[in-house]
Ligand binder design. Structure first.
Ligand SMILES: Cc1cc2nc3c(=O)[nH]c(=O)nc-3n(C[C@H](O)[C@H](O)[C@H](O)COP(=O)(O)OP(=O)(O)OC[C@H]3O[C@@H](n4cnc5c(N)ncnc54)[C@H](O)[C@@H]3O)c2cc1C
Length: 402
């Protein structure tokens, strides 16, 4: 039995940040358990065809949270990063238009502009309909039937799941409504309106892939990270974890691993234990192609159902000295015959199913009562980006050390 003050499950950005904050506070009595041979989680990279490739999909550091970025710059100083203005596009109707779709309808042929303006004019959010509770209905409510059918539904099916019926809308209410007047003005004046939705500006390492940042954070933790140590069973009441023949017990457990990846969970009420398998996720395969594309885009979305992948990352446009691009494909859609370098991420996107908030509320209540703290994309089952995960880890460390 290994006894520690803090036990951290998972060495992705969440676990690495939490552990580094312990070291910052002078605490050394902790262990991190990681199933892989390397830290970094979804943010890892590897060298493919002479340059870094993000094995968990395209990863960029957002510029908006200065506290987080300043902390991360301690490990990889600002001068080691390039700053980019986002250039993301959608391959649609045989051409490339800028993202987001509704702000760039003006780039389409005139008959399409007319059809999509009609779609927005008739959308429920513009005719005073109440916001629906299902994501699939929300899409039509937000953008109208035609944009839903031609772009939003096929794209979201490709990325998340064939069955969008299970997704809720509680995660979407902060998005502004799509204004008919703004769209019309944009078509008349021939320019986009509004702001980029996220990553309007972003950092990417000059000489490395995104994984280098997390490798450096892991290096500081030394042998406090135990690699190839998957969490196989976890008793939340006893704060005890088993991996192979090893048993770990701690005063406080911070868990960042997917709940459904742990073989045996004990200590939950029967109601919560029965609900846990209802936490759903989707997977993504990353596959490299060496061809050089003639585009300035950093990445391009593909709503066309006939194409297996939903996004490509044109790495030569953000990763110095590289060539080629990579495709991101939900695992169920993978049907490639080539054997190009490829990487499967079983846990990529936590799905915002209608009943997820209720399931997570019970998990959080019962774990907190036991001195167990779920954290990050999988601990909290939230669609967090890495900067948000780091922010949450810094806050949790501050709260627990107070
Ligand atoms: C395609 C894609 C693109 C993205 N793009 C961006 C982006 O541009 N910018 C951005 O900031 N964020 C992006 N994200 C989100 C980013 O990946 C996450 O925010 C971040 O990785 C979350 O960190 P985490 O530590 O919570 O989870 P993870 O990174 O998933 O880390 C979890 C860790 O737990 C380990 N683990 C899992 N199960 C077990 C087990 N049973 N036992 C032991 N260890 C286990 C894993 O190996 C992993 O190391 C993207 C995500 C995806 C899928």
């Amino acid at each position: 039995m290994h006894k520690t003050r803090f036990l951290i499950l998972g060495a992705g950005p969440a676990g690495l940040t939490f552990a580094n904050r312990l070291l910052d506070a002078g605490i050394t009595d902790f262990l991190v358990l990681e199933k892989e041979t390397e830290a970094g989680g979804l943010c890892r990279d590897t060298i493919v065809d002479g340059a870094p490739l993000d094995v968990g999909g395209g990863h960029f550091l957002d510029v908006r949270n200065e506290t987080v970025d300043d902390y991360l710059f301690r490990f990889m100083p600002r001068e080691e990063w390039d700053l980019f203005e986002r250039d993301s596009r959608i391959r649609f109707a045989g051409q490339e238009i800028f993202h987001p779709f509704e702000a760039n309808i003006w780039q389409l042929p005139q008959d399409m502009q007319q059809a999509y303006l009609d779609s927005i004019a008739a959308a429920g959010c513009n005719t005073g309909e109440p916001m629906p509770e299902k994501f699939i209905d929300w899409i039509t409510w937000k953008l109208g039937e035609r944009i839903a059918a031609d772009y939003m539904l096929p794209y979201n099916r490709k990325m998340f799941a064939d069955d969008l019926d299970m997704l809720g809308t509680y995660w979407l209410d902060k998005l502004p409504n799509v204004s008919f007047e703004d769209t019309l003005r944009s078509c008349r004046e021939k320019h986009a309106y509004g702001k980029q939705p996220g990553h309007a500006q972003f950092f990417y390492p000059k000489k490395y892939g995104y994984g280098e940042l997390w490798r450096r954070m892991a290096a500081r933790l030394g042998d406090r990270i135990l690699y190839e140590t998957p969490v196989e069973s976890f008793d939340i009441r006893e704060r005890t974890v088993r991996s192979g023949a090893d048993v770990f017990c701690a005063d406080c457990v911070v868990t960042t691993v997917p709940w459904t990846s742990v073989g045996e969970l004990a200590g939950f009420s029967s109601e919560t234990a029965a609900a846990l398998p209802r936490l759903r996720h989707s997977s993504v395969e990353i596959r490299y192609a060496p061809d050089d594309l003639h585009t300035k885009a950093h990445w391009i979305y593909f709503p066309d159902d006939a194409i297996p992948y939903h996004r490509i990352l044109v790495r030569s446009n953000f990763c110095a000295g590289s060539r080629g691009y990579w495709m991101e494909t939900r695992s169920e859609r993978v049907r490639y015959t080539n054997d190009n370098p490829h990487f499967m991420n079983d846990y990529a996107y936590p799905l915002n199913t209608i009943d997820k908030p209720g399931v997570m509320q019970n998990i959080l209540r019962e774990t907190h009562e036991s001195g167990v703290y779920p954290l990050g994309r999988w601990g909290e089952h939230m669609h967090y980006n890495s900067d948000v995960t780091v922010d949450r880890a810094m806050r949790l460390a501050q709260e627990l050390l107070r």
